[in-house]
Design a protein around this ligand. Sequence first.
Ligand SMILES: Cc1cc2nc3c(=O)[nH]c(=O)nc-3n(C[C@H](O)[C@H](O)[C@H](O)COP(=O)(O)O)c2cc1C
Length: 321
Amino acid sequence: MTTPPAARTAHPAVTPESVDLSVEIGPLRLANPVMTASGTAGLGLEMEPFWDLSLAGAVVVKTITKLPRRGNPMPRLAETASGLLNSIGLPNKGIDHFVDVVLPKLAGKASCLVVNLAGGSVAEFAELAARLDGRPGIDALELNISCPNVEGGNLPFARDPTVVERLVAQVRRATTLPIVTKLSPNVDDIAAVARAARAGGTDAISLINTLLGMSVDWRTGRPGLGTVVGGLSGPAVKPVALRMVYEVVRNVDVPVIGIGGIVDADDALEFLTVGASAVQIGTAHYRSPDVVPRVVEGLRERLAAAGRRRVAEQIGTLRVG
Ligand SMILES: Cc1cc2nc3c(=O)[nH]c(=O)nc-3n(C[C@H](O)[C@H](O)[C@H](O)COP(=O)(O)O)c2cc1C
C-alpha cells in the first residue's frame, strides 16, 4: 500500500541529513553538541590531519597558563583496565605564545573556539581572561579550576564553593566572552560547586575533569605515574560523570556540558538524555582520532532512527520512576 501524499507531507520521514543538531548553551549556539575536551586534542591544529575542525560543535584547546610550563615528571600516562591515568601537568608555552603564534593559525578554523585557562590565583584567572577579551576568533572561555590555588594552601580551586564563586565573579568582570566553568569530580557536593559558579556569573558548567586515581606494578613496586597519583578518564568514569551531570541538572539552573568516557554516539546520547546540552570527548581521541566526526554522524543516524527531528528534543528526557 502506498502512503497518501497528504500523510507524507504531514509526517515527512526523518533522515539523518535532516536532523537539526544545533544546540544552545546559554549565549553560545553550536552547530552540533560534540566538542573536544581540553588537553586531549592539543591546540586543535593537531587534529587537522584527521578531520576538518569546523565539523566539531566546538574545539576546546588544552589549558593555557600565564607562564610557560614544562609539565610533570615521566611517566605521565598509565593505562588501566577501562580507563587512562594521566599526570600531564599542563605543559604549554604560556599565554603570550598562544595569543601571538597559535591564535592566528587557529582563528576561523573551528566553528566555535573555546580557550581553556588555568591560573594559580583568582587574580591570575581574571588577568588571563582580560588578556583574551575581544581577541578575534575566540568564542568562549573555559575555566579549569581543578588546578591548585597557590595562594590558598595549594588545594584545587574547585574544592571550595566560596572561592569558586569569587573566581568566576572576577573573571566575569574581566571579560565579555561567555564563561564555561569546568568542575572537578573530586568533591563531596558537586551541585554546591555548580551553584557557586552560577552565582559568580558562569554561563555554563562543564563536567567532569579527571577522577583522582593511581596504579602500581606490585612486582617492581613502581607506581604507574611519575607523580604517583593522577587523573582517571575514559569509559571507567562515565557512570560517575553521568551521576554528577544528573545532580547538577536536577539542582542548579545552569546549562551543562557532559564529559567523561564518551566513545560513541550512544554515550553522547546518554549525557544528553540526562540533561546535558552538549558533550566533550577526551580520551577516546587516543584510540580513534576521528571520534568527533564519527559521533556527529552517529547522532544523526540514531536520532533519525528514533524519529527525532532535532537533537534538542532529546535533551533532558530522562524518565525516572
Ligand atoms: C591526557 C589528558 C590530558 C588532559 N589535559 C587537560 C587539560 O589540559 N585541561 C583540562 O581542563 N582537562 C584536561 N583533561 C581532562 C579532559 O578534558 C576530560 O575532562 C577528562 O579526561 C574526562 O573525559 P574523557 O573520559 O572523555 O577523557 C585531560 C585528560 C587527559 C586524558
